[in-house]
Design a protein around this ligand. Structure first.
Ligand SMILES: [Fe+2]
Length: 395
């Protein structure tokens, strides 16, 4: 009896939440509000995001520089799906890494392999996923190794980033972010390499991570001593969103020396004066985040795990020549320390925000014009979840 009542209440709660999401997704910027707190805390809403935002979307899972050689692989577990990104010598593929025998993972972690051998009963697969060995199966009648090929997920490499689409329904990605590729041409994203990675398990919703990345309004709060002095909230701005991506800029005060946030790494040779006066914040929906600086691109890789858990990997993406410099380890150490401080400034307030969102007394909050990217993300999410249109983005 109690269970039935609880089910009814949950369904009612979700319906009310979706109604609010539809209302908020249709508000103009001047009246913008956050999505309702339940959109950040509800397991049911998160499951809708899994089905309607993440799986049908393009999730960035790797960069080609992480898999430079034939046989290089990287194991993933995204939304319960066990995958392996592998360089087969000709292509980057994303395969299921579940053995087709009795479902043990055929690889873990990262490394280099000539083939994948399941540790359980030693079934082996090529880098393309074809079964080439199944010991002691000779008495299994009509066993056909050719029918045992690891499923391959649809993937695309754009500007060096490897994206995966889990339900095979997405439009091709490349044409939708072509304008962004052009805008970022000076950074030569496809030839960058990972200089360092800082990893965090964040106790908050993925949208909180993306929103905080994209707005500079909070420079006056947690970053008052780090970003605000040189990149004041007040002069930051966000452009109108495109359907697949958006961007904003943290603009330096006019009196600040261009490139103030550099640590001595060589600049991108083609970077222009404008690109030295602001850092760029790029978002490919739902959650590929790139921050551009004159000497590096910082790739914030978000991985949603649950309504209140999101993994963050903060990669310093550098020109390959940079890693060979004698002073590289010292510069990277400075860089990592700086970014760790800044990341923790965000993560600390975001974790408290997530707790606040669970209060029984909170509702949607009003947004500043400086939080335009949150308004844009609201429309993206509302469109995917409840089908509201996104025409407001292009005014
Ligand atoms: Fe921040």
């Amino acid at each position: 009896m109690l269970a039935a009542k609880e089910t009814r209440r949950t369904v009612g709660d979700l319906e009310a939440l979706l109604k609010e999401v539809a209302r908020i997704g249709a508000l103009p910027l001047e009246r913008a509000e956050t999505l309702p707190p339940g959109a950040y805390t509800s397991q049911d809403f998160f499951q809708l995001e899994v089905d309607r935002v993440f799986k049908p979307g393009w999730m960035c899972v790797a960069h080609v520089s992480q898999l430079p050689n034939k046989g290089d692989y990287l194991s993933l577990n995204w939304l319960g799906e066990l995958m392996v990104v592998v360089n087969d010598g000709a292509h980057i593929r994303v395969l299921s890494r579940v053995c087709l025998h009795r479902w043990a993972p055929i690889c873990e972690g990262k490394g280099n392999a000539g083939s994948f051998v399941c540790p359980f009963h030693k079934w082996s697969y090529t880098l393309e996923g074809r079964l080439i060995g199944a010991p002691l199966m000779d008495q299994a009648e009509s066993f056909d190794p050719d029918s045992c090929t690891l499923p391959e997920f649809r993937s695309e490499v754009v500007d060096g980033f490897v994206f995966v689409n889990l339900d095979n329904s997405a439009e091709p990605l490349k044409p939708t972010i072509g304008e962004m590729s052009e805008a970022l041409a000076n950074y030569q994203l496809d030839r960058l390499v990972v200089g360092s990675v800082l990893e965090y398990e964040c106790k908050f919703n993925w949208k909180i991570m993306v929103e905080t990345f994209m707005e500079c309004y909070h420079h006056i709060g947690p970053h008052v001593d780090t970003f605000e002095p040189d990149f004041p909230a007040k002069i930051s701005y966000v452009e109108d969103s495109r359907l697949a991506w958006t961007r904003g800029f943290g603009v330096a005060r006019p009196e600040v020396v261009p490139g103030v946030w550099e640590v001595g790494l060589p600049r991108f040779p083609k970077v222009n004066a404008k690109e030295c006066e602001a850092f760029g914040l790029y978002l490919v929906y739902p959650f590929l985040m790139l921050a551009t600086f004159p000497d590096r691109v910082v790739w914030f890789q978000a991985q949603p795990v649950g309504p209140d858990v999101t993994l963050l990997r903060c990669h310093q993406m550098l020109q390959p020549e940079t890693k060979a410099l004698p002073d590289f380890p010292r510069m990277m150490e400075i860089q990592d320390k700086t970014f760790d401080v800044i990341n923790l400034e965000d993560i600390s307030v975001n974790a408290k925000q997530q707790i606040g969102a669970k209060s029984g007394f909170v509702k949607s909050g009003r947004l500043s014009h400086l939080e335009k990217a949150i308004w844009q993300l609201n429309q993206y999410v509302a469109h995917a979840i409840v089908g509201t249109d996104r025409t407001l983005l292009h005014r």
